[in-house]
Design a protein around this ligand. Structure first.
Ligand code: SUG
Length: 445
């Protein structure tokens, strides 16, 4: 049965803020301490989901996580009641409070690596939640992500949700942001490309100098083994260390692929020609690389506009839509490139742009905000949760955001115990709305 690729978008949570937590992510570093607008962040995300659903793309969503993560602060030695834990952390370790308050779970491209049932030996769709060990604030996501995925993909006739890989730097795993699946035809077994930034057990090999490489080759290989992928349909490539040093902390900042198309910068991968040749051999003659030269758009511009952090969506007529950040139309060179892509008769027939500035200022564009899961009709039917975005769910979510979210959050507000209460109340209501069961720590005590 033919599967269709479904975008599960992460929803920014009520504590969305700018804390400069992500080294090597230039937008996060630049916007540190800016006041945020969580309500606008959530509404911008919902507007993208709604617009794509209205165009006939099946759209789903994933919920925010519980933040501030009081349990994580307690594990770090802060004590007393919840309000005292927050005020103690604010006083003596504001960076830890910020880390434990991050709404970074919205970038669900990092939630997990997903292999659809057409690719795996046992015919089930496999999920490995990412351990995200490269940054403390993101490493907190794995347990809730695992519970949420197990609530949605609960039916073990169709799905396997693994545990995250061991949480050590040698197995640094950032999920689908470093993973691309190609398939020449819908329903055909895919070619899965795993992209890593460094070797976990051989630190001498080709590493970036300035910024950390988050994904290790060993992590990618372990995920491929667990998912029981056919070795002849599994490829590995290394991110170019220069790209990481230019701010490409995840491969999806410099490349996006879908179907038979790869849209990337010419400086995305080490030995890029070899990678493209291997993809052509595996995907077949229909493989279409759209490689942008440094001369046309520099790596620096690509990072500044997030050109490649776009979604490539297949329309019913076979053409593709590129879903790009609004920033791409504000840069003359990038905007010209987008027009050229549409006019030159290639696979991209249309470009849509969205204002996702609240997320973008933390380094999260359209592609970061979504996790792709290819599902057959039977697999979709086996999902008990109400996560499919239709007119009604969208309206309910917009009302829910209006009811619970603040429109301004400054760094000092993270210690406000009322924010914790508001956030828990909101998530309690949301988990009922989405029929997820008790996925949050505060619901489980
Ligand atoms: O891990 N930003 C996230 C952005 C993730 C983008 N995802 C993908 N490229 N797939 C990160 O760097 C910033 C949080 C802060 O600074 O407050 C942050 O975590």
């Amino acid at each position: 049965m033919a599967a269709i690729e479904i975008n599960f978008d992460g929803l920014p949570g009520p504590t969305h803020n700018y804390s400069g937590l992500a080294e090597g992510n230039l937008a996060s570093e630049r916007h540190k301490s800016l006041a945020s607008n969580p309500r606008q962040a959530a509404l911008q995300g919902l507007a993208k989901m709604k617009a794509l659903a209205d165009r006939g793309f099946v759209q789903a969503m994933l919920p925010p996580h519980e933040r501030p993560d009081v349990a994580a602060l307690r594990a770090l030695g802060f004590s007393g009641d919840d309000a005292q834990v927050l005020s103690g952390a604010a006083r003596s370790a504001p960076q830890l409070l910020a880390a434990c308050s991050s709404a970074a779970a919205m970038w669900v491209a990092n939630a997990a690596t997903v292999s659809p049932s057409a690719d795996t030996a046992d015919g089930r769709a496999h999920f490995t939640p990412a351990n995200l060990v490269s940054h403390f604030h993101r490493s907190l996501e794995a347990p809730t992500t695992t519970r949420v995925l197990r609530a949605i993909f609960a039916d073990d006739r169709h799905f396997t949700v693994h545990d995250a890989l061991p949480s050590v730097p040698q197995f640094g795993d950032e999920g689908a942001a470093n993973h691309t699946r190609f398939a020449a035809a819908a329903g055909a077994p895919g070619i899965e490309l795993f992209v890593y930034g460094r070797a976990g057990f051989d630190t001498a090999a080709h590493a970036p100098r300035r910024f950390p490489a988050r994904q290790t080759r060993e992590a990618s290989e372990a995920v491929a083994r667990r998912h029981a992928l056919a070795p002849e349909r599994t490829l590995y490539a290394q991110q170019h260390p220069d790209a990481i040093d230019a701010g490409v902390f995840h491969n999806d900042v410099v490349a996006v692929g879908s179907g038979s198309v790869l849209f990337c910068h010419e400086r995305a991968f080490v030995e890029q020609e070899t990678v493209l040749r291997a993809l052509r051999d595996s995907v077949g003659a229909s493989f279409t690389p759209l490689v942008v030269s440094e001369r046309e758009v520099s790596l620096q511009r690509a990072v500044a506009t997030y050109l490649f952090n776009s979604q490539l969506l297949a329309r019913a007529d076979g053409g593709m839509v590129l879903v790009a950040p609004a920033e791409c139309r504000e840069d003359a060179a990038v905007s010209t490139l987008l027009d050229r892509l549409v006019s030159d008769g290639g696979p991209i027939r249309e470009v849509l742009t969205f204002d996702l500035r609240q997320s973008m200022q933390n380094g999260g564009g359209p592609a970061c905000l979504r996790l792709r899961v290819a599902l057959t009709a039977a697999e979709r039917k086996a999902v008990p949760a109400r996560i499919w975005l239709d007119e009604r769910l969208h309206a309910e979510l917009v009302a829910w955001v209006a009811k619970h979210y603040r429109d301004r959050l400054a760094p000092a507000d993270l210690a406000d115990p009322a924010l914790l209460d508001e956030s828990r109340r909101a998530l309690d209501e949301l988990s009922r709305l989405l029929r997820l069961g008790s996925v949050y720590p505060f619901q489980r005590v």
